[in-house]
Design a protein around this ligand. Structure first.
Ligand code: NAD
Length: 483
């Protein structure tokens, strides 16, 4: 056991104009450590006057930011990544305290990915260029890729600092100013990012980080006529309301919403690898992953073996303090999510699914839930249909490829899918047949700053990461010149 010291000094105020300031009306809210249910800090809670200040600062800063030579903007965005890596341990410890994610994961996965988001977009922004288009004789036509102006990011609590970087990096790389509204249950690491942005030398006003309530500051951002676009990651209910409420101001929206992703084990798979993969697909980040492989389909021939081994593996997963760097299983992110998960577990039991692992709270302090596996799940059961966003796996059996594809696609969501097989042809046929924005073959939950990411169907629209994220943050101007 190696306990990481909890950071004592970290910013808790609003980040506006490269300074940390109290909310204009002095309000605060508490952020809680889900491992011990204690308040970590009081955070400034943004309201109307703070949004106005951030917009005013952004309006002043954005034209000069967009006009910087691309090489200069690139080097400033790159430096944010450097600043983040300098403070890797601090970020990882704060994330562990605030989100319940094990320190080890934060240190090895989340923080480097944040740095990579800034570095990737610092690199590709230099390729933001237009075209020349041959039209009639006597006309010279070219296009310009221009920023949108002031944009916003609104993020959920499951990957707090990664989500913050995923919104800010492409937005400012493309020459926009960006206002970020982090999830109010996990505000600490996004706020610390403000220090890195200022230390990197990004001009004041280009980024604002406004913590506060979704229904207040979030809603004000949605309705603001000064904000041209929102990149949103969150639940479907909030997303649909946002689409409606953003319509009068004609905002450009990127919607990364929920999922209920199918993961498939064919009988010809390398079973040991597939079982480990299925375990990681549902239990990574305590199941609080929008792409979680929460519906597992197993071919009948190997069904019993897979279920038995998976249950045994789940039963061996033990919880610990997220700040202990040997911990691999933390508490659910917050009280609400803990209670939702427990409700779904009860519904699985009540509706007749066979509980083969977990199914209860872990310990009596903190929001820990045992990794839970239900077998003999029927497609109509609640746990097979609804996004739980917790460590609950619903296993179903299948006999044929066609039956499988129908069942896997029988969900309103279409975020991701996994398949485990040694048959290359079958893997590609499945990848083609499945309606999802990402398909993992003999692997699961891989991400890279360069690979577009987003959903089909009710999982949303638009793409983050990759060059498509820059498309979302720019607009095209066509210039016609009579020669
Ligand atoms: P949520 O929708 O409750 O909140 C997301 C953000 O929206 C928060 O910052 C919240 O404060 C804000 N918000 C709430 N009401 C608002 C309003 N009226 N106007 C503006 N903003 C408002 O989601 P959550 O509980 O934080 O996260 C869980 C959900 O996010 C799950 O459904 C999950 O699938 C989804 N998610 C999707 C992806 C993806 O990439 N597709 C990734 C992570 C999480």
């Amino acid at each position: 056991m190696a306990l990481i010291e909890a950071p004592k000094n970290f910013p808790t105020k609003l980040f506006i104009n490269n300074e940390f300031v109290d909310a204009a009306d002095g309000r605060t809210f508490d952020t809680v450590n889900p491992a011990n249910e204690q308040v970590i800090a009081k955070m400034a809670c943004a309201g109307r006057a703070d949004l106005d200040r951030a917009i005013d600062a952004a309006r002043k800063a954005q034209p000069a930011w967009a006009a910087l030579p691309a090489s200069k903007r690139s080097s400033l965005v790159w430096k944010i990544g450097d600043e983040v890596m300098k403070r890797r341990q601090e970020f990882a410890a704060l994330e562990a305290m605030d989100s319940g994610k094990p320190y080890n994961e934060c240190y090895n996965i989340d923080v480097p990915m944040v740095a990579d988001h800034f570095r990737y977009f610092a690199g590709v922004l230099r390729g933001l260029q237009g075209d020349t288009i041959p039209v009639n004789d006597g006309l010279f036509v070219y296009t310009l890729r221009e920023p949108l102006g002031i944009v916003a990011g609104i993020t959920p609590w499951n990957f707090p600092v990664i989500m913050a970087a995923r919104k800010i990096a492409p937005a400012i790389a493309a020459g926009n100013a960006c206002i970020l509204k982090p999830a109010n249950v996990t505000p600490l690491t996004a706020t610390l990012l403000g220090e890195c942005i200022a230390a990197a030398g990004v001009p004041a006003g280009v980024v604002a980080i406004l913590n506060g309530r979704g229904s207040e500051i979030g809603q004000m951002i949605v309705e603001s006529p000064d904000i041209a676009a929102i990149s949103f990651t969150g639940g479907n209910e909030v997303g649909i309301k946002m689409i409606r409420d953003a319509a009068p101001t004609l905002k450009k929206l990127t919607m990364e919403l929920g999922g209920k992703s199918p993961n498939v084990v064919f009988a010809d798979a390398d079973l040991e690898t597939a079982i480990k993969g299925a375990q990681a697909a549902i239990f990574y980040n305590k199941g609080e992953v929008c792409t979680a492989g929460s519906r597992l389909f197993v071919e009948a021939k190997v069904h019993d073996e897979v279920v038995e081994k998976l249950a045994a593996r789940a039963a061996k997963m033990v919880g610990g303090d997220p700040l202990d760097d040997t911990t691999r299983w933390g508490p659910q992110n917050n009280k609400g999510q803990f209670e939702t998960t427990m409700r779904y577990i009860e519904s699985g039991k009540k509706e007749g699914a066979r509980l083969v692992a977990g199914g209860e709270r872990m310990g009596d302090k903190g929001y820990y839930v045992r990794p839970t596996v239900f077998a003999d799940v029927k497609p109509e059961m609640t746990i097979a249909r609804e996004e739980i966003f917790g460590p609950v796996l619903a296993v179903q059996k299948f006999d044929s490829f066609d039956e499988l594809v129908d069942k896997a696609n029988a969900s309103p969501y279409g975020l991701a899918a996994g398949v485990w097989t040694r048959d290359v042809s079958k893997a590609h046929k499945y990848a083609k047949a499945i309606k999802a924005g990402a398909v993992w073959v003999n692997c699961y939950n891989w991400y890279d700053s360069a690979v577009p990411y987003g959903g089909y169907k009710a999982s949303g629209y638009g793409r983050e990461m990759g060059l498509q994220a820059l498309d979302a943050m720019t607009q095209t101007k066509s210039v016609w010149v009579q020669l």
